[in-house]
Design a protein around this ligand. Structure first.
Ligand code: HEM
Length: 268
């Protein structure tokens, strides 16, 4: 949104933090509860973001800069007219809530994964040494990162960076699980989940299951040499799976890779 340091940014940060606290909480909504405070914070956040978006739209119209180069996400969304033949541009409410949703990966999931990767590397000098060795003198490119070209396939070998990222996400998955509601009676391995029941699929349980991983509590990036880099299988689900698979899975691994590359090549 291109909001520089100052009062506005402090306000956004404060309200965003309050909003986040309610993302996973007891669904009880009345004054004083976590959910209530979180929703109120989201309302204030939305108001502020909408104001910023409105001001930007006005500026764009004043200088008739609709075709210029977009400098941030607000610009991109304001310029988006949907399909080429659609006259209707995105509504300001839609843009504002999109911006807030983007704050979650921007502020939470990816930075948290970066922090955890640093923690695990600090505890594993051998992995750190190998990552540093590989990163020095190499440039970051898609080939080096060996990110999958399609969901679930890895076309190239797997560098230490990606192994470290996979292992970090396995051990300390930021999103521990997701909720689903059974739309009809479902039977899984002899267990009945009746229609209407909610199910918590625990990623952590899968990632820490000895049947899936040897010494699951040990940070071992080299295990990925044998396992490959696929991110969409039943035993490695940091980005969820199926229809709701995280659309940011490649972007986030790219961001973390770039961060790790600069960290180990620039600092001791
Ligand atoms: C390490 C970083 C990340 C992790 C661990 C992560 C994890 C996840 C998971 C587990 C889900 C599935 C939720 C569900 O099934 O209910 C999800 C959904 C989603 N993620 Fe991520 N994510 C990350 C980064 C990102 C980034 C960078 C973006 C966008 C720039 C993003 C955008 C989304 C969106 C829009 C959804 C909703 C998809 C849908 O409901 O169809 N995520 N993410």
């Amino acid at each position: 949104m291109s909001v520089g340091p100052g009062e506005d940014l402090n306000f956004l940060k404060k309200e965003f933090e309050e909003f986040l606290k309610g993302l996973i909480c007891l669904p009880i909504k009345f004054p004083g509860t976590r959910l209530y405070k979180s929703l109120k914070a989201k309302e204030r956040l939305l108001k502020m973001v909408r104001k910023i978006v409105e001001e930007r739209k006005l500026t764009m119209e004043e200088i008739s800069d609709e075709k210029g180069v977009a400098k941030d996400a607000v610009d991109v969304l304001l310029r988006d007219n949907g399909e080429a033949n659609e006259k209707q541009s995105l509504s300001l409410d839609f843009i504002s809530s999109n911006i807030i949703e983007m704050m979650i990966p921007g502020e939470e999931t990816v930075p948290m994964a970066m922090t955890l990767a640093v923690k695990f590397l600090t505890d594993s000098p051998v992995a750190l040494k190998q990552l540093t060795f590989e990163s020095q003198g190499s440039r970051i490119c898609w080939e080096n990162l060996c990110l999958p070209t399609r969901v679930g396939t890895s076309s190239l070998g797997c560098g230490t960076g990606l192994k470290v990222i996979n292992e970090t996400l396995r051990m300390a998955n930021i999103i521990n699980g997701v909720w689903r509601k059974a739309l009809k009676d479902v039977e899984i391995k002899g267990h009945l989940i009746p229609k209407g029941w909610c199910v918590l699929t625990s990623f952590l349980s899968v990632h820490m299951d000895e049947e899936n991983y040897d010494n699951p509590y040990q940070f071992d990036p080299w295990r990925w040499e044998k396992m490959g880099a696929a991110i969409n299988n039943n035993i490695f689900t940091p980005f969820g799976g199926g229809q709701r698979l995280c659309p940011g899975f490649e972007l986030s691994r790219l961001e973390i890779s770039i961060f790790l590359h600069h960290l180990v090549t620039t600092y001791e």
